[in-house]
Design a protein. Structure first.
Length: 99
């Protein structure tokens, strides 16, 4: 299994909107993709914003490629989501899950 991790610093007044966006639009779309396993939202208040770490689990890198395209480490961020952020990673990190 592969863990795909991405972080972004949301505007404080947009943090709850981002969580809603993930729960109502992004995660339901991911659940329809073959090889998608799960997703988690982690957050902490940081300076003037709220930092999010989004962790998704996938069966394989091939499954991620069907979602992200040929450049597996390219972040996939919707235009609506991007507007809520002060800054965000343009590249993601992948880890093999041991347990």
């Amino acid at each position: 299994m592969i863990s795909r991790q991405w972080r972004g610093l949301a505007r404080a007044n947009q943090a709850q909107n981002y969580v809603t966006h993930l729960r109502t639009e992004i995660f339901p779309a991911l659940q329809k993709l073959p090889g998608f396993v799960s997703a988690s939202i982690l957050f902490r208040r940081l300076g003037d914003g709220v930092e999010f770490l989004i962790v998704t689990q996938w069966n394989s890198l091939d499954a991620i490629a069907k979602f992200a395209g040929a450049d597996l480490e390219a972040a996939v961020v919707s235009a609506q989501g991007a507007e809520m952020f002060i800054e965000y990673d343009r590249r993601v990190r992948h880890y093999e899950v041991v347990e």
